[in-house]
Design a protein around this ligand. Structure first.
Ligand code: F3S
Length: 293
């Protein structure tokens, strides 16, 4: 009989789980709730929050909201000016910034205050990186070891990392800066949730005949999981159970399932149940199927 196995680390990370919980708690309250951008990169969850009254707004409409409304800040964090604008518009701010992202903000602030040139290793233009830059004016973003060549070295360097970056990139950037003779203080602010999910996906994909990866197509960490799995076996990236096709599982003995850090456990469960119905496969229990960091 075919088997289904969910990766030992899969689905909503600590920060996403915490943000969802906090928003769900206030949805039935008296104040209108708005999230500054989609709360997570997961269309099904965002739609379900919208059905329950949480509207998605962007920064340009902060001043158009009604005083007393709740503005939810996402796990990615924001620049301090956004909080100031929300307060000036008499909104209630629910700050769901992941505590690990806050740690990056504090590290960047401390390094800037100590006179260092702050370098953020990460993806330019990503909302988390923009939020970090807002906490350390004058900081620069480095997305590759090659970019490190352009970092000014008049002052010692203080380096922080976007939480979802991989450690190889961090090491390559540090080596490139040190190769230029820089004095570098490194704050390794990488969140292990990403690497744990990647490692577990790699391990499962190496054994499975078919992998299903669940998560938004707009979720960078889910897309990366799908790429890792595809290097080992036939892989299908889906957003929800309706996209599953029984033909994918024909002849498969082990069907592996994993999910990005924005995928709630309820969606993983739904996919497992649907695959089981389609194939008659049974789920193999693993130690920790949904874990945060
Ligand atoms: Fe936070 Fe790490 Fe998730 S930084 S939002 S726990 S991926």
């Amino acid at each position: 009989m075919p088997k289904i196995e969910v990766a030992s680390h899969a689905g909503a990370c600590f920060g996403v789980g915490r943000a969802l919980e906090r928003v769900e708690k206030i949805l039935d309250g008296p104040a209108a709730v708005h999230t500054l951008g989609p709360l997570i990169h997961n269309p099904a969850t965002v739609e379900s929050l919208e059905r329950r009254g949480a509207t998605v707004v962007d920064e340009s409409s902060i001043e158009d909201l009604h005083p007393g409304d709740v503005l939810v800040l996402r796990t990615h964090g924001v620049v301090p000016q956004v909080v100031n604008r929300a307060k000036a518009a008499h909104l209630q701010v629910l700050d769901a910034t992941c505590p690990y992202v806050k740690k990056v903000h504090h590290a960047a602030q401390r390094l800037a205050a100590s006179g260092r040139q702050v370098v953020v290793v990460g993806e330019a233009g990503h909302p988390e990186v923009d939020g970090i830059l807002g906490h350390a004016p004058g900081a620069c973003v480095v997305g590759s070891a090659e970019d490190a060549a352009a970092v000014p070295l008049e002052r010692p360097i203080g380096l922080v990392v976007q939480t979802t970056q991989n450690r190889q990139l961090l090491e390559a950037v540090v080596a490139a800066l040190k190769g230029r003779g820089a004095n570098v203080e490194v704050c390794d602010t990488i969140c292990e949730a990403t690497s744990e999910r990647q490692q577990a996906a790699r391990e499962l994909a190496a054994r499975a005949n078919t992998m299903v990866v669940i998560g938004g197509r707009n979720s960078a960490n889910t897309t990366r999981l799908a790429e890792i799995c595809a290097a080992h076996t036939a892989t299908h990236h889906i957003e929800d159970a309706q996209e599953l096709d029984p033909a994918w599982f024909s002849g498969a003995e082990l069907i592996g399932i994993t999910a990005g850090a924005s995928t709630p456990s309820s969606q993983i469960k739904q996919v497992v149940e649907t695959v089981a119905q389609m194939t008659g496969a049974q789920e193999v229990e693993t130690e920790s199927q949904v874990s945060g960091t």
